[in-house]
Design a protein around this ligand. Sequence first.
Ligand code: ZN
Ligand code: FE
Length: 252
Amino acid sequence: MIIEIIPCLSDNYSYLIHEKETDTTSIVDPSEFTVCDEIINKYKKLDFILNTHHHADHVGANIALKKKYNSKILGFNSDKDRIPGIDILLEENQKQKIGNLEFEVIFIPGHTKGHIAFFFKKEKIAFTGDTLFSLGCGRVFEGTHEEMFHSLNKIKNLPLDTKIYCGHEYTNSNLNFCLKYDPTNTYLKDKKSDIEKKLNSNQPTIPSTLAEEIKTNIFLRCDDSEIKQGLGLKDSSDVEVFSKLRELKDSF
Ligand code: ZN
Ligand code: FE
């Protein structure tokens, strides 16, 4: 499985997936046609388009790519009227093949009502769209904070060595938020120099691993007593802590 990271728009990532044996090419969340097409050109074909959710910065090139390559578009069934050009309707926990690769559909509502992640179990790779970012999580637009918290916990339960490919390069601003509310976390300090190095040399900070995220991403650490204490929420539940952090991040 070859993954090419394609920076799109101002801070989006689309991901091209190539599987050699059956020469199958797929793309996750194509934001814009020209940039994606340049990379697809190397492989001469595009069999599948996978959408994590319906937002324009994730489906923007669906129709133009489908037109050019006659690709099949895969998205969550409840978003059949919102994902342009959708062909294959996916269901929660469904296993789906693209060439010899197989992924599982993880239903993770909150950012939108129909948001999903693509989990390639064998390769230990997850495409998490705008739900789990490196050091952050997406805004809660269509669901509730409880739903988002539950969705993040689903991702948190994947194998620790799962590589996380998310929808945006928000890592640096997320880092500053984590540092503010989790100031004694030593892993976070190590991560800071790593992130700065990558960004200074124009490299993506993606992928990270789930293990790293659990140690550093404050939205996966709502059960941490020091974080709770720092927020003045010593006796609050994990989901209440999540809700507070999400509110603080909305205006950060
Ligand atoms: Zn979005
Ligand atoms: Fe987005």
